[in-house]
Design a protein around this ligand. Structure first.
Ligand SMILES: NC(=O)c1ccc[n+]([C@@H]2O[C@H](COP(=O)([O-])OP(=O)(O)OC[C@H]3O[C@@H](n4cnc5c(N)ncnc54)[C@H](OP(=O)(O)O)[C@@H]3O)[C@@H](O)[C@H]2O)c1
Length: 284
């Protein structure tokens, strides 16, 4: 039995689908099973990984745990202590490629994500571990750009030339499934990226090519972008850290790697493939 935290999210859903497809027994944790909408055959259980006592009973009979930093919050160590007591043999932690950077330079920390703590807890857990140090998700562009593309042909944003190697959530999920189902990646901190570093401008051009409508990226001043995000309810420290990251450019830790190919035996999916998989979200 494999226990998945964060099962209803961006990575959790494709991961659950893959595991079910592989014939694995899956126990999915969610705070609200009524809304989970997971595939038939998955054991859906109600619990909150950030309060490990709520899932302690569900760790019985589990061989591997997928540890999701957003879902587990500050409680990664506590959850994994319970897991070890109950005989869990392996943990696969989702983390981030910039996890060793100065915490003040990691925007996700200002949204409460505890990627470093999840990885550290996995390493210290006393069970076999793997850390998935993921690059930025291609899926982020659903929130940032899909509404603008549906509304017109101009995408407004800051720092047209900021470039990074976005990863397809299905690639990350496939590596996670491999790490959960076999021992071959044990003890590795895997730096997982897409196949190519692409700028905001280039990404928007690719969306246009895939959906068959020319699009233009129009750079807006950083201050105007910040104010827009804050007005939409995003916390100012997060917005400040995000814009500072764009201004600095992606760091050396965020360089393209060949890890997806090494692990899965085929190239990482391109951003064009990701857009094709999500084309409906960009079409009105
Ligand atoms: N986005 C990126 O570019 C990127 C890149 C690298 C690493 N990461 C890291 O990956 C993680 C995000 O992954 P994701 O996009 O798969 O997450 P997600 O879809 O936002 O959340 C996954 C699931 O976690 C549960 N959850 C969310 N917020 C919670 C909270 N405050 N307390 C308890 N449970 C909560 C929800 O499940 P239920 O409602 O069903 O309980 C949700 O479906 C973060 O740690 C992020 O820093 C992100």
């Amino acid at each position: 039995m494999i226990l998945i935290t964060g099962a209803t999210g961006t990575i959790g859903r494709p991961l659950v689908d893959l595991l079910v497809g592989e014939g694995a027994k899956v126990r999915a944790v969610t705070r609200d099973p009524q809304l989970a909408d997971l595939p038939a055959g998955v054991e859906v259980v109600a619990g909150d990984p950030s309060q490990p006592d709520t899932i302690a009973a569900f760790l019985e009979g589990v061989s591997s745990v997928f540890l999701h930093p957003r879902a587990v919050g500050e409680a990664a160590g506590g959850l994994l202590a319970l897991a070890k007591e109950r005989g869990v043999g392996r943990v696969v932690a989702l983390s981030a490629i910039n996890v060793d950077d100065d915490p003040a330079e990691q925007p996700s920390r200002f949204q409460g994500d505890r990627n470093k703590e999840a990885e550290d807890a996995a390493v210290a857990s006393g069970v076999e571990w793997v850390s998935l140090r993921a690059a930025s998700f291609a899926a982020n562009t659903l929130n940032t750009w899909a509404p603008q593309v549906r509304a017109g042909d101009v995408v407004r944003g800051p720092y047209a030339s900021f470039a990074e190697p976005l990863i397809h959530e299905k690639d990350l999920a496939e590596v996670a499934a491999r790490a959960l189902l076999s021992a071959e990646l044990t003890g590795e901190k895997l730096r997982l990226t897409g196949p190519q570093s692409l700028s905001h401008q280039e990404l928007v051009d690719i969306i246009g090519n895939v959906i068959g409508r020319p699009l233009r990226f129009q750079e807006v001043p950083a201050e105007a972008f910040k104010q827009g995000m804050i007005q939409r309810g995003l916390p100012q420290p997060f917005v400040d850290a995000l814009v500072a990251r764009y201004a600095r450019g992606a760091g050396p830790a965020e360089a393209v790697t060949d890890e997806v190919r090494r692990i899965l035996g085929r190239p990482a999916r391109t951003y064009a493939e990701w857009v094709a998989d999500h084309a409906a979200a960009f079409q009105s």
